[in-house]
Design a protein around this ligand. Structure first.
Ligand SMILES: Nc1ncnc2c1ncn2[C@@H]1O[C@H](COP(=O)(O)OP(=O)(O)OP(=O)(O)O)[C@@H](O)[C@H]1O
Ligand SMILES: [Mg+2]
Length: 332
């Protein structure tokens, strides 16, 4: 199952980045790793929240004990309780054998509650109680089981807004949010892009003898101007794609169009002022009037030069002439 990732101690979490903001995050992690205080990691998708949670565990005294991750959004709400706290045999249909939950599995180590904002409110109340008592009860069980876990939670949604909407408990937020680590978007630390690329290219599996791909300065400049809405995850996928298309190559600006595909942000739509009013809207008429007005103005601006007007309006010359005929626009 992908929701549970017991960390292989040989894979060290790498939090790459030289910007001041990343240096501050790294030193914060060092400072708090050995405390038992709960940590809430916020930040947009793909910004490195998982990496921080793993690093926090690896830098703590709990490192030799388990790191257990549970994605609260990936488990069906009615199964989440047994996933977290375990169940006894016969607790519900299908519960053939007793099974410890993630809290017990993480005993002595770290429990990473990912996408904690997606938890149903009834479950939030149960989690809160466990965080206060440090004792779990399996579903269908009677025995309280003491657990020693460091809680680390992550969210990509704004939990304060979720509280305002009544879908997240404020008392649970304060329990989780003892120490907060806010991950910046990649755009907010874009100077880290070259070093991140270097990190990913050096770690990409390659055929033996093929050198890592490299990017020219001009290409890097273009990449640094991209929006990277998917943050580091999107950059990592991009590097993988580049490596597959151009193994071992030096990639220049001109090669990027093949690789950047959807990475380019959609152009914002210019929104004209619209008054709807009450009754029927003669959209055809409005569009015809608008078209007539733009063509007339553009023709006036070019002194009636049809070719120049067509270019200005992004039309073929013949298309413009056809429109002028249809709209009865003459050149003065
Ligand atoms: N600072 C970093 N250094 C190196 N790799 C990073 C860094 N940040 C993120 N990554 C890599 O980018 C990918 C996405 O990161 P991660 O899974 O930690 O993001 P996330 O914030 O947890 O995203 P989501 O909200 O979607 O769960 C992973 O492959 C991770 O290894
Ligand atoms: Mg994550």
């Amino acid at each position: 199952m992908t929701l549970i990732r017991d960390l292989d101690s040989s894979t060290l979490a790498h939090l790459v980045g030289n910007t001041a903001i990343m240096a501050a995050i790294r030193s914060e992690i060092e400072k708090i790793a050995d405390t038992n205080a709960s940590v809430l990691i916020t930040g947009p998708s793909g910004s490195g929240k998982d990496v921080v949670a793993q690093l926090l565990h690896q830098r703590s005294r709990r490192a030799a004990k388990p790191f257990i991750a549970l994605n609260c959004a990936a488990v069906a709400p009615d199964l989440l309780e047994s996933e977290m706290f375990g169940h006894e045999a016969g607790a519900f249909t299908g519960a053939i054998r007793a099974r410890p939950g993630r809290f017990e599995a993480a005993h002595g180590g770290t429990l990473f509650l990912d996408e904690v904002g997606d938890m149903a409110t009834a479950m939030q109340a149960k989690l809160l109680r466990v965080l206060e008592t440090r004792v779990v009860e399996r579903v269908g069980g009677m025995l309280p089981i003491a657990v020693d876990v460091r809680i680390c939670a992550a969210t990509s949604v704004d939990l304060f807004a979720a509280i305002d909407r009544g879908v997240f408990r404020s008392d649970l937020l304060y329990r989780l949010d003892v120490i907060r680590i806010e991950m910046p978007s990649l755009a907010d630390r874009i100077d880290d892009l070259p070093i991140l690329i270097q990190h990913f290219t050096s770690r990409q599996p390659r055929d033996r003898g093929t050198p890592p791909i490299r990017f020219t300065d001009a290409a890097l400049a273009v990449l640094m101007a991209q929006p990277w809405l998917g943050n580091v995850r999107e950059l990592k996928n991009f590097v993988e794609r580049a490596q597959a298309h151009f193994p071992g190559a030096v990639i220049d600006q001109g090669d990027l169009s093949k690789l950047l595909r959807i990475a380019i942000a959609p152009r914002p739509i210019a929104k004209p002022p619209v008054t709807l009013g009450e009754g029927f809207i003669d959209l055809k008429r409005i569009l015809t009037d608008l078209e007539t007005a733009y063509i007339t103005e553009a023709l006036a601006a070019t002194g009636g030069a049809v070719a120049a007007t067509a270019k200005r309006l992004g039309l073929q010359r013949t298309t413009l002439i056809e429109k002028m005929r249809r709209l009865h626009i003459g050149v003065a």
